[in-house]
Design a protein around this ligand. Structure first.
Ligand code: CO8
Length: 260
């Protein structure tokens, strides 16, 4: 796949996907979203990759939103197609078998905030800024922001951000639970990588099932979700990695997981 708007680097079981349109602050146009969709579909099939980091090129932005110059002339039908493509990309990331970390290295606005929301975890540089400024443009968040933001930080705080278009800094984002933690910009990628490597060292099948349990379980009522968790828990005992993990503990050694 020839990529014009993304950089993909794979090393030590970690894939780093960089949105690479720094002159437009990594704004998401149709071409970029199509490349992202194909790239994440491929990563989903790549068993050698055990965690993914998403970041933005340059020092200013993670992603400053969907591309306004692309959207400006859209009619309702084309707007729907564009919105659906964005949803498809966010859904692919959210349900990727591997955990996904957003390394938020600057502006994460509109579709950029929604991209971060579709990731499993968000680490931010002190220079990061978050917001859903769509109402300034006469539109609503269209890549899942009205749904994922209230689920993550609660309805009242999400409403304030979405209705006002306020932009908040990384510390505030951390205070309200929008990001996991804030680090110095120069340490951001190293922190994300350390977390990704730690996850990659754990039982791969167990990590996949944890993600499934959280994602799918949160859409169910608690009783059904706990029954679902119990099924996944039972399934773990059919894996060689469960035997290996527990043997290693009892033998006081590091487990050698085979993803089997
Ligand atoms: N789209 C297109 N181009 C952009 C975008 C964007 N979202 N953001 C920045 N750029 C471009 C600028 O136009 C500028 O280009 P040029 O150099 O050619 O003039 C370049 O990037 C640098 O930007 P600025 O000069 O504006 O940089 P500043 O440091 O002065 O400001 C800001 C940085 C504050 C981030 C500012 O660029 C800004 O406000 N950007 C727009 C932020 C925004 O409103 N984002 C939300 C977009 S809407 C959206 O994401 C909806 C998602 C769902 C869509 C569903 C569709 C159906």
């Amino acid at each position: 796949m020839e990529l014009k708007n993304l950089l993909i680097e794979k090393s030590e079981a970690i894939a780093t996907v960089t949105i690479n349109r720094p002159k437009s602050l990594n704004a998401l146009n149709k071409e970029t979203l199509l490349e992202m969709r194909d790239c994440f579909r491929e990563l989903a099939e790549d068993r050698s990759i055990r965690a993914v980091i998403i970041t933005g090129a340059g020092e200013k932005a993670f992603v400053a939103g969907a591309d306004i110059s692309f959207m400006q002339a859209l009619e309702p039908e084309a707007g729907k197609v564009f919105g659906k493509l964005g949803h498809e990309v966010m859904h692919t990331i959210e349900y990727l078998p591997q955990p996904v970390i957003a390394a938020v290295n600057g502006f994460a606005l509109g579709g950029g905030c929604e991209l971060a929301l579709s990731c499993d975890m968000r680490l931010a540089g002190t220079n990061a800024k978050f917001g859903q400024p769509e109402v300034n443009l006469g539109i609503i968040p269209g890549f899942g922001g009205t749904q994922r933001l209230p689920r993550l930080i609660g309805k009242g705080l999400a409403n304030e951000l979405i209705f006002s278009g306020n932009i908040i800094d990384a510390e505030e984002a951390c205070r309200i639970g929008l990001v996991n933690r804030v680090v110095a910009p120069e340490n951001l990628m190293a922190e994300c990588r350390a977390l990704a490597l730690k996850i990659a060292s754990r039982g791969p099948g167990a990590v996949r099932l944890c993600k499934e349990a959280v994602n799918n379980g949160m859409e169910m009522d608690l009783n059904r979700a706990c029954t679902y968790e119990a099924d996944l828990f039972a399934h773990c005992f059919s894996s060689l990695d469960q035997k290996e993990g527990m043997s290693a503990f009892l033998e006081k050694r590091t487990p050698n997981f085979q993803d089997k």
